[in-house]
Design a protein around this ligand. Structure first.
Ligand SMILES: Nc1ncnc2c1ncn2[C@@H]1O[C@H](COP(=O)(O)OP(=O)(O)OP(=O)(O)O)[C@@H](O)[C@H]1O
Length: 593
């Protein structure tokens, strides 16, 4: 019911648009009315990949053009109906997406955007060499319906609107599913998403396949509307720019963005082209360029988000008095805190994680050298060492962010070194980060849901696991707040909950107490102790020893990438090599023995 209600504005908008377009008789304006939903769908296809994952594509014309030529050539050479050719175009667009995505997703950020630029340009020249400079679709006056060649141009508008509504519904379904959540998580922090068990490459490939299919389908329909296809008009730079501009102008990462962008920009550009195109050729390009500059300056994420933020601020101001007058509720994070110290299951002799001779260098720097240790079930192991000792690099090797140059990581006796982070997460290892990696625009609960997908089969199960994890760290009261508004302590607890939601057997905590005040650190320590009591095995990196001495069962001490000693806290804290590594040689003489 809720899902249906969220589609209501789109349905009402489409119906109103259809009513307006039915009353227009001028064929030029009718064409403009058809082009608005056409470019909106193209923008929606771009949005599905770039708006949700943040991987900007400058080359969506590749898919659009493949679709346009499929329907044109399919009719010329095989006399097939566009009703069949449009789905075929979608399939070819999807395959092209997969083929393009596989090599190109190896690149990040600007490199990805630039590589995407190359595809439509390359295909454009191939089509020119092949002699498809200007392809005119054959006229089929005898079977206009079978060949989608309607005498009444309003039918094209209605068809374009139907495709637009279908794309909006599809995007909405994706948004509210594990697919959409995975894409948003990738956009905000790909490494954190991967560590939380999301197979980022697989989701990105699904996104580009679907995006390519939609772009090709609408390209095929566009060819059918214009009845003539040239390489420039479907593979050209302006076409790719059009997808990007309508989505960026209207708002990225929302179904409304491309629709708003199209409704405003397309009639503007088309009217100017008709009125002044003869005197100022390429005036559309100028309009799109100008629109991009305006958006970047005034509303970098697009009109939709700017308006939404303004409305929210106004609404928040109107309700401030009510909020301050509300009765004081308990502070977040306090409910679960129990006094220290507490009895828990002692570490057993069962080894759950074994590290054997692990090494990793960066150029000439040996960040981790020949490190070996064992982590026993129910143990809390502290990994300490001065700045640059190799602690975080060690965790990155354990959870698959880095491949070791040498050595093995055995989880329950199985060698997992070199596996991808989401696979290691699936095997039962959760982790948090020294520099926190929240998904800032998402609520606490949604942040944690992302971590639950690795275990949950259904959306409901994921929500339940996430709610349990949020309760375990004491954040239930603030679960709906956006992560960007949280304090350091709440963010640390949220990261802990995200790792917990995947029901790990082993947790790797990287400086979870960093940046916390004294009382706050005690609260987080209490949560960690509770997790250990619940049977989770923990390895925790910490810079300072004080907080750790009362928390851990044993230490591994690193210096210059190598283990200098290991053992119980009482022994390790008196070790001369440890004192020397932390305080320097001159302190060794004064150290109590
Ligand atoms: N990706 C990288 N490329 C090059 N050098 C790196 C890289 N990552 C880490 N290093 C270097 O490896 C060494 C170990 O770094 P690491 O971050 O693992 O230490 P750490 O013990 O976690 O330190 P800190 O307590 O300051 O976080 C440092 O000298 C660091 O500069």
């Amino acid at each position: 019911m809720h899902k249906f209600r969220s589609l209501l504005p789109a349905v009402l908008f489409t119906m109103a648009y259809a009513l307006v377009s039915l009353s227009v008789t001028n064929s030029y304006y009718q064409l403009v009315l058809t082009l608005v939903p056409v470019w909106a769908v193209f923008g929606l296809s771009w949005n599905l990949l770039s708006g949700y994952t943040g991987l900007i594509s400058f080359g969506h014309a590749a898919f659009f053009g493949i679709g346009a030529y499929t329907t044109a050539l399919g009719q010329i050479y095989f006399d097939l109906s566009p009703w069949l050719l449009i789905p075929v175009a979608a399939m070819l667009g999807g395959i092209a997406g997969l083929l393009i995505g596989f090599p190109t997703f190896r690149l990040q950020g600007h490199y990805f955007a630039l590589a995407m630029l190359a595809y439509p340009l390359a295909i454009l020249y191939v089509f020119e060499w092949l002699g498809f400079q200007e392809v005119t679709l054959p006229m089929k006056r005898d079977a206009p319906i079978a060949y989608m060649q309607f005498g009444d141009p309003r039918i094209y508008t209605l068809l374009a609107l139907t495709i637009m509504l279908a794309t909006i519904v599809l995007t909405r379904i994706i948004e509210q599913s594990r697919f959409g959540m995975a894409l948003l998580a990738i956009k905000q922090n790909e490494a954190a998403a991967e560590a939380a068990g999301i197979n980022t490459l697989a989701w990105k490939l699904r996104a580009i396949t679907l995006s390519g299919a939609i772009a090709a389908a609408i390209g095929a329909f566009y060819a059918q509307v214009l009845l003539v296809v040239t390489p420039q008009s479907v593979f050209g730079m302006l076409v790719s720019a059009q997808a990007l501009t309508v989505a960026m102008f209207g708002g990225v990462g929302t179904v409304w963005g491309p629709v708003i962008g199209s409704v405003i920009l397309i009639p503007l550009a088309e009217t100017l082209h008709a009125e002044a195109g003869a005197r100022f050729p390429g005036i559309q390009g100028v309009i799109f360029g100008f629109a991009i500059i305006c958006v970047i300056l005034v509303a970098p994420e697009g009109l939709f988000w700017k308006l939404r933020d303004l409305l929210r601020k106004r609404f928040a101001r109107a309700t401030t008095t009510e909020v301050t007058a509300a009765p004081h509720t308990e502070q977040p994070g306090t409910a679960i805190v129990t006094p220290l110290p507490v009895a828990r299951k002692r570490a057993t002799s069962e080894v759950v994680l074994e590290v054997r001779n692990l090494s990793r260098s960066f150029g000439g720097l040996k960040a981790v050298q020949n490190v070996s240790f064992k982590l026993h079930k129910n143990e809390i192991l502290g990994i300490i060492g001065p700045n640059g000792a190799g602690k975080t690099t060690l965790f990155n090797l354990l959870n698959g962010f880095l491949r070791p140059d040498q050595g093995e990581v055995l989880i329950d006796g199985r060698n997992m070194s070199g596996e991808r982070p989401h696979t290691i997460c699936e095997a039962g290892i959760g982790r948090t980060f020294q520099v926190m990696r929240p998904f800032l625009r998402m609520s606490i609960l949604d942040n944690v849901v992302v971590g639950a997908y690795v275990r949950a089969k259904t959306e409901d199960e994921a929500r339940k696991l996430a709610a349990d994890a949020v309760a375990r760290v004491g954040l239930s009261d603030v679960a709906d707040r956006v992560a960007g508004e949280l304090s350091t302590k709440e963010l640390r607890l949220m990261e802990l909950a995200r790792a917990l939601a995947g029901q790990p057997r082993i947790l790797l905590l990287d400086e979870t107490l960093a940046g916390l005040g004294h009382g706050e650190a005690d609260e987080v320590v209490a949560v960690i102790q509770q997790l250990a009591r619940d049977g989770i095995t923990i390895a925790i990196i910490e810079h300072t020893m004080q907080a750790m001495v009362r928390l851990v069962d044993s230490f591994v001490v690193l210096d210059h990438g190598a283990v200098i000693t290991e053992g119980e806290p009482e022994v390790v804290t008196r070790d001369n090599r440890v004192i020397e590594a932390y305080l320097g040689k001159k302190w060794v003489a004064h150290a109590p023995h």
